[in-house]
Design a protein around this ligand. Structure first.
Ligand SMILES: Cc1cc2nc3c(=O)[nH]c(=O)nc-3n(C[C@H](O)[C@H](O)[C@H](O)COP(=O)(O)OP(=O)(O)OC[C@H]3O[C@@H](n4cnc5c(N)ncnc54)[C@H](O)[C@@H]3O)c2cc1C
Length: 361
């Protein structure tokens, strides 16, 4: 690579979305990945892209709204460049209503959804839906048409392909062990660039800890499964804490657990069995469909709940794209765009809760 404008640390959905956005703006990009592409949280099976509730609007809900709004065009473009299907689809979502209060709120949100989603997507309240067992929706069901899905492992493969098509170099088995001003180091030596983007996921927060007053973040384990059942382009379901996400190719994902402590971050166990059993009960069409894959990973959670984006205090030309937590696939297009603007030296207006200093308060 003749001139390296940007180094990206980590080849998960956020690192690759950043690399892609930088390359699209004409920057020369080098990605350094400790393991293999998509070996972290992004290599899973769920991929629900669901919006925040359309009320009490605030900058972070607007940020996510815009990310989901542009998801279709983003994945169409990425897939066309890579020749790999990310599995993106705007399939909508069903959320059963279980109390009179939830029905009352859902009815109120018909109007706020129309306003906040600018009439582009529906938020309907229906009496029921044949995908959901009646006992799980005693007060009906919300059917919104904004939610989408991608298949995470394939989406990462597609992003990597699109990055390479734009000339991005991706080095695997190249862990970064330290950061400096516009610099990264490993046992392979030092590399410099105009800008460094750190997108190293749950196990990579340690790179940043020296620059904050507190540990910057860590991992929250999740388990999910992929079942052999073809729900076509049916809406995804979020019921009783369980997501059921129809994917292309006759597969449906169910998940996920949320575990703050664990012995083995990658092992699945009886907690996943319980999720699968609940999914079978909620959605009769899932029935006794065989399990194709059981999967566990660590969601990267910054010290506070929100993403941690932008400049790292005490370092010049180093920016974070960390804290994807539970909605990383949904935010990836917007995060890539924001970080590319940081890398170019543009002024960027971020929700305050997304900044490094906020996470240290
Ligand atoms: C069970 C489960 C279900 C989920 N469901 C959904 C969902 O439905 N919708 C959704 O949007 N999100 C979901 N998520 C969350 C989503 O997977 C994450 O938010 C997102 O993938 C994180 O992307 P990332 O690029 O930040 O991290 P990662 O994908 O973890 O990537 C970080 C990369 O950095 C590399 N790395 C680490 N340290 C270094 C280093 N020192 N040097 C170089 N490279 C390094 C890692 O090897 C890894 O490849 C789920 C997660 C789990 C576990």
């Amino acid at each position: 690579m003749a001139k390296r404008n940007v180094i990206v640390v980590g080849a998960g959905s956020w690192g690759l979305a950043c690399a892609y956005a930088c390359a699209r703006r004409g920057m020369a990009v080098q990605v350094l990945e400790a393991g293999t592409i998509g070996c972290g949280s992004s290599g899973g099976v769920m991929g629900a892209l669901a919006p925040h509730t359309p009320d009490q609007w605030e900058p972070k809900k607007q940020f996510q709204y815009e990310a989901l709004l542009h998801a279709h065009d983003f994945w169409v473009e990425v897939d066309a460049l890579s020749g790999i299907a990310s599995g993106y689809g705007r399939i909508g979502r069903l959320v059963p209503l279980t109390t009179p209060r939830s029905l009352e709120l859902a009815l109120m949100r018909i109007e706020t959804a129309r306003k906040l989603w600018h009439g582009e997507f529906d938020w309907r309240v229906e009496k029921g839906h044949d995908l959901i067992a009646p006992r799980f929706m005693p007060f009906g069901v919300i059917h919104e048409t904004f939610s989408g899905r991608v298949f995470p492992a394939r989406a990462v493969a597609s992003l990597a392909g699109a990055c390479r098509a734009l000339g991005v170099e991706i080095a695997e088995n190249a862990p970064v062990t330290a950061l400096g001003d516009r610099k990264v180091s490993g046992d392979w030596g030092d590399l410099t660039a105009d800008a460094v983007i750190v997108a190293s996921g749950a196990e990579g927060f340690g790179l940043l800890d020296a620059y904050g007053d507190h540990p910057t973040g860590g991992g929250v384990k999740g388990q999910a499964a992929l079942l052999a059942v073809d729900l076509g382009a049916a809406p995804q379901i979020y019921a009783d804490g369980v997501y059921i996400v129809p994917h292309a190719g006759g597969q449906t994902a169910v998940g996920s657990t949320t575990e703050k402590t664990w012995d083995d971050p990658l092992r699945t166990d009886e907690k996943l069995d319980a999720i699968i059993a609940k999914a079978r009960a909620i959605c009769p069409s899932v029935g006794e469909a065989p399990v194709i894959q059981r999967w566990a990973g660590l969601r990267p959670k910054a010290r506070r709940r929100d993403p941690m984006l932008g400049p790292v205090p005490g370092l010049t030309g180093v920016f974070t794209a960390m804290g994807a937590f539970k909605i990383g696939l949904g935010l990836a297009p917007a995060v890539g765009d924001i970080l590319a603007r940081f890398a170019m030296g543009d002024a960027v207006d971020l929700p305050k809760s997304f900044t490094f200093p906020h996470h240290m308060e």
